[in-house]
Design a protein around this ligand. Structure first.
Ligand SMILES: [Zn+2]
Length: 291
């Protein structure tokens, strides 16, 4: 499942190709990929055709391309488990498993094809209304994303408000990190990595986590996400760009996630995997103790 760094790679890869581009035609090859669009395929096609793309935005792992005029509507892209947004030359061979095909005309790059490819169809596209955010005047977000908190790489993320909400919660710290209404963009991998870096046990009650440790943890979340972003960047090529959201998590240097059985890079003791929320938590039980 793509997490924040992978989605940011997709967003950054799309940006130079789509800003200012006009949608010349839309083909919906599989209506299941419109499951989050409120209306039939004809409605999606009619509302997208002829529109101009503005700069793509991201919040956590949610991606959207606002449509001109600003503040009205946006094309929301849910990548789901296996969704990819591929930029192609207009005469390129069709990608297998393309569900939606959008042809665009860009003032500098000419004609391009945006292919939404999704093997398992958990992802989707939708045209959605933009609404003002409650915390930053003039900033907008699609209604489908409005319940998602800002992510920690968002310049408008409010550290003090986050730390205060955390202290009021009655839950374990990892559950809080995965709670998209509190902080978005932190999935299982980056939660385990930042908890290891901050030496915090995943089940530490948020109410007993000191302000200093919570502040350290938030800084580690940003470092881990920033490092993954730096390793996941792709470059833009006008004619053939693969902005594949699935680009390798596992190329990052991981200290805890998936490292069970190996030595903790800090103390040498064995990293273990414990069952947690139908998944797993990876930790060093020596470095990361409940305090
Ligand atoms: Zn250790």
């Amino acid at each position: 499942m793509p997490e924040l760094p992978e989605v940011e790679v997709v967003r950054a890869g799309l940006e130079p190709a789509v800003v200012g581009a006009v949608v010349t035609s839309v083909a919906v090859l599989d209506e299941r990929s419109l499951k989050r669009h409120d209306g039939p395929a004809e409605d999606f096609i009619a509302r997208l055709t002829g529109r101009t793309f503005l700069a793509p935005r991201r919040r956590g792992k949610f991606l959207w391309i606002p449509l001109a005029p600003a503040g009205g509507e946006a094309l929301v892209v849910h990548l789901g488990m296996s969704g990819q947004v591929l930029l192609r030359a207009p005469d390129a061979a069709a990608d297998p498993l393309t569900r939606i095909r959008i042809e665009i005309a860009h003032p500098d790059h000419g004609l391009l094809r945006v292919a939404f490819v999704d093997q398992r169809i958990f992802g989707s596209m939708a045209i959605d209304q933009l609404v003002e955010t409650p915390d930053v005047a003039g900033d907008t977000v699609p209604t489908q994303v409005a319940h998602i908190a800002r992510d920690p790489l968002d310049p408008a993320f409010d550290d003090r408000r986050f730390l205060a909400s955390l202290a009021r919660r009655n839950t374990g710290i990892k559950r809080a990190l995965l709670d998209q209404t509190l902080i978005s963009g932190v999935g299982n991998i980056y939660a385990d990595e930042s908890l290891w870096a901050a030496r915090v046990h995943y089940d530490q009650p948020t109410s007993t986590l000191s302000r200093a440790r919570a502040t350290t943890l938030l800084a580690e979340v940003r470092l881990v996400l920033g490092r993954a972003l730096a390793e996941g960047g792709t470059s833009f090529d006008a004619q053939y760009v693969n902005v594949n959201g699935a680009s390798g998590y596992f190329s990052h240097s991981l200290n805890a996630y998936g490292q069970q059985g190996r030595g903790c890079p800090r103390c040498g003791r064995t990293i273990v995997r414990e069952r947690f929320m139908n998944r797993g938590s990876h930790l060093c039980t020596f470095c990361q103790r409940i305090r």
